[in-house]
Write a protein that binds this ligand. Structure first.
Ligand code: F6R
Length: 369
């Protein structure tokens, strides 16, 4: 039940610290990842994997895109992320060295289910990341790592998304240890970062009031753009998806590096653009590039809303609004930066008098093609 909240979505957004904490619970033991559900995957098998294919739809696919950066960096295995419905209707190259990871909150998405079945027929081994105990996709997979976000009722996925990233990060760190690609010290550092995420999400939630005000004065906006680089790129896509589905506003997410290859033509005076700014400490190369992207769009009249690390002063001269997130290592920023974007979409939808739990034309679980 909603238990005093005005909507399930608001409740679920606020439950994100617990969604991540519960997904990690019992899975980090003595500074090591411990996932008993993966016992059928022996260390030799995990060492033999030469490629990972992630299949999912919608928000779950964006969780996969975020994890691609982490798993490749930590475990040095190439990861590709593909939409389930694209995957199953081409002729993907799969063999026993390919690990297929499906991500699905409901565990019932028809396209993802069919893609998993197809992958198994082709001889690939499959792991399911799922939030619903006993759902069909986990039953059709070789192993399942459950996210423990609790039931997600609102159509728009929020707490399941952060829990999916947490589960995939645990898997990535496990893989890195087995494959010997991260030192014990480095593993410990990453695990500590992961475990500090719930508290940092709590901080972001505590500062959300400002996002509500922003949404209110933007209620008449017809189009919003989102820019990000590296792990900020899938977050830009997710921010745009949330706005489309909840507030019915045209929204697009772009990789900031693509600006000059087309999207910058969209910028006209007053165009709102959210920019996810990487940490100046953690991403010394990318931070100045994103700041210069902000200058480029600002010079063309964009109204810039920057999501930036606490204390990052470089964005101040160029951004119209700055939404702050706590300091975190670069790979962990998506888990924080997504929160104000979810709240923005929700508040804007509410300002327009829309039902945030049941947006038009959408179903919570897409069990048809
Ligand atoms: C977006 C949203 C959808 C789902 C997608 C996959 O807010 O809810 O994009 O993420 O339909 O659903 P699952 O994860 O149940 O397979």
């Amino acid at each position: 039940e909603k238990g005093g909240w005005s909507s399930f979505m608001r409740k679920e957004v606020s439950e994100q610290p617990e969604a991540v904490a519960n997904t990690l619970l019992g899975r980090v033991v003595d500074g090591q990842v411990h996932i008993p559900e993966l016992e059928s995957f022996g260390d030799d098998e995990l060492r033999a994997i030469h490629r990972i294919t992630v299949i999912a739809c919608g928000t779950a696919a964006y969780a996969g895109m975020v994890a691609k950066y982490a798993i490749e960096q930590w475990a040095r295995v190439p990861v590709e992320v593909e939409l389930s419905h694209e995957f199953r209707y081409r002729e993907p190259v799969l063999d026993e060295g390919t690990l297929v990871i499906s991500i699905s909150q409901s565990g019932e998405t028809m396209d993802t289910l069919m893609a998993v079945k197809y992958a198994r027929e082709m001889g690939a081994r499959t792991i399911s990341i799922c939030n619903t105990q006993g759902a069909t996709i986990p039953r059709e997979s070789d192993a399942v790592v459950y996210t423990h976000a609790g039931p997600e009722v609102a159509v728009a996925s929020t707490k399941a998304f952060v829990a999916q990233i947490a589960a995939l990060y645990l898997f990535g760190l496990h893989l890195a240890r087995v494959r010997g690609t991260l030192s014990e010290t480095e593993l410990g550092k990453q695990l500590a970062e992961l475990q500090s995420v719930p508290e940092k999400i709590r901080t972001v939630l505590g500062e959300a009031e400002h996002v509500g005000e922003l949404a209110h004065w933007m209620a008449d906006t017809r189009s919003v753009l989102f820019l990000g680089r590296h792990v900020g790129y899938p977050i830009a896509l997710e921010g745009a998806l949330k706005l489309k589905e909840l507030a019915y506003i045209h929204a697009e997410g772009f990789a900031a590096g693509e600006l000059k290859h087309g999207p910058i033509a969209l910028i006209e005076p007053g165009q709102p653009v959210f920019v996810i700014v990487p940490s100046p400490r953690g991403s010394a190369t990318l931070h100045p590039k994103v700041v210069s992207n902000i200058q480029e769009i600002r010079a063309r009249g964009a109204r810039v809303i920057a999501i930036a690390e606490e204390g990052d002063a470089a964005v101040l001269p160029f951004a119209d609004e700055v939404l702050r997130i706590p300091l975190a290592a670069p790979l962990f920023e998506p888990l924080l930066a997504v929160v104000p974007l979810q709240i923005f979409a929700m508040e804007l939808a509410q300002a327009k008098g829309l039902d945030v739990d049941q947006p038009r034309n959408l179903a919570k679980s897409v069990t048809v093609e």
